[in-house]
Write a protein that binds this ligand. Structure first.
Ligand SMILES: *Cc1c(COP(=O)(O)O)cnc(C)c1O
Length: 381
């Protein structure tokens, strides 16, 4: 078995299915390949949550199709069926549903609604690897799904992504898109290995944010390989060399990082339960208890009145908070008109983006986080 076959086998074992997969340089490339394989282009519409990462609408726009944003349910931070249905027009070709923070959308209901109308469902599982929807592994219910293995995702290969589908015809077409991708250069593979090494051995709690800022600065200037190039944050044209395959080094890294996922999620759930119990006892916003069993808790969402001061206080208390999503189309702040986003249509997304911070679920220092929350209790909504 070569590195890719081995990786595929590990993923299939974890997902508990023998689905077909194609391996790409990033999750967004997998999404683009899926859209192309579905023959989506000018004149077509793709419905997606108005609370996502900018690279998702970008992939749609690169095909010439139009992203149609729907609002989220404030209880789940996912697009609900009603707002999706309201966004469907005769031009709708596909619906993207997301596993926001590790919680899947109401996949079964949305898939059934879409199928009745001849519309394809694509699951954005970039936060949801290893968690479930109605007891089934995320990524195995919708027509086709994509995953990301970027730094901050459920498991990481530095950067990376893959598509999953049970439909053999579609799988072939996606693999056809993969055939058209370039292979990463020697320099790119080498740099990625270096970054994985730095991340593993040199980044710790006290230097996390300075290191992240330094890395972003370097990657936005295109000096080192980044999660996003500056052109992806500024415009809607595909950057040069976008269509790229996963490297062998990434596939090897993937095998060892994906296997412990269920244990990792178990730990995250325990931490999340502690947060929920605490927040509930203080009558503050929290993830509803009935959502806990299927939630992967990549992040624990918390709404605060003033994010800026809350983040500052966290930094001095040495609590590492996340900042997903700062904006309905993260991380773009300001005018989202270029991406066709209408703030009027998505009030819940806009509000969530304004007040959101994420509590760490991978920390061994839960007590420190709880102490911090106790001290900041008045700022928590
Ligand atoms: C990270 C992310 C992506 C894209 O993943 P990449 O591998 O970075 O391209 C897509 N959707 C959401 C919701 C994400 O958070």
């Amino acid at each position: 078995m070569n590195a890719f076959e081995f990786y595929k086998k590990s993923l299939q074992n974890t997902l508990g299915t023998d689905t077909q997969m194609s391996f790409f340089w990033k999750g967004r490339v997998a999404l683009y390949a899926i859209l192309k394989a579905l023959d989506i282009g000018p004149g077509d519409e793709v419905v997606l949550p108005g609370y996502t990462c900018i690279v998702v609408p970008n992939a749609i726009l690169y095909t010439g199709a139009k992203p149609v944003y729907c609002d989220i349910d404030p209880a789940t931070f996912n697009a609900d069926t009603a707002s999706i249905v309201a966004s469907i027009t005769p031009n709708t070709k596909a619906i993207i549903i997301q596993n926001t923070y590790g919680l899947s959308s109401d996949v079964k209901e949305i898939v059934a609604t879409a199928r009745a109308r001849g519309i394809i469902t694509i699951e954005d599982c970039t936060h949801g690897f290893g968690a479930t929807t109605d007891g089934q592994p995320n990524g195995t219910v919708a027509d086709v799904s994509f995953f990301s293995t970027q730094w901050n995702k459920p498991f990481s290969t530095g950067i990376g992504g893959f598509s999953v589908t049970q439909d053999p015809v579609l799988a072939d077409k996606i693999q056809g898109q993969w055939d058209q991708c370039v292979s990463p250069s020697f320099k790119e593979s080498l740099m990625l290995r270096l970054l994985v090494f730095v991340r593993k051995w040199m980044v710790c709690d006290w230097n996390y944010w300075p290191m992240v800022r330094f890395y972003r600065l370097l990657s936005y200037s295109n000096i080192v390989l980044g999660s996003s190039q500056s052109s992806e944050l500024e415009g809607i044209t595909m950057p040069f060399g976008f269509m790229k395959k996963l490297s062998k080094a990434q596939a090897k890294q993937g095998v060892s990082s994906c296997e412990p996922i269920h244990k990792i999620i178990e730990k995250r759930r325990l931490v999340a339960k502690t947060y929920t119990d605490f927040l509930k006892s203080k009558s503050k916003n929290h993830v509803a208890q009935e959502l806990h069993t299927e939630h992967g808790f990549l992040k624990y969402p918390l709404l605060v009145s003033n994010r800026e001061s809350f983040m500052k206080a966290a930094a001095s208390a040495k609590v590492r908070l996340g900042e997903w999503f700062l904006s309905p189309l993260h991380p773009i702040e300001g005018d989202l008109g270029k991406w066709g986003f209408d703030t009027q249509k998505c009030p819940n997304s806009v509000r969530a983006a304004k007040h959101m911070v994420n509590l760490p679920t991978d920390t061994a220092k839960v007590d420190r986080v709880l102490q911090f929350l106790e001290a900041q209790i008045d700022d928590i909504l």
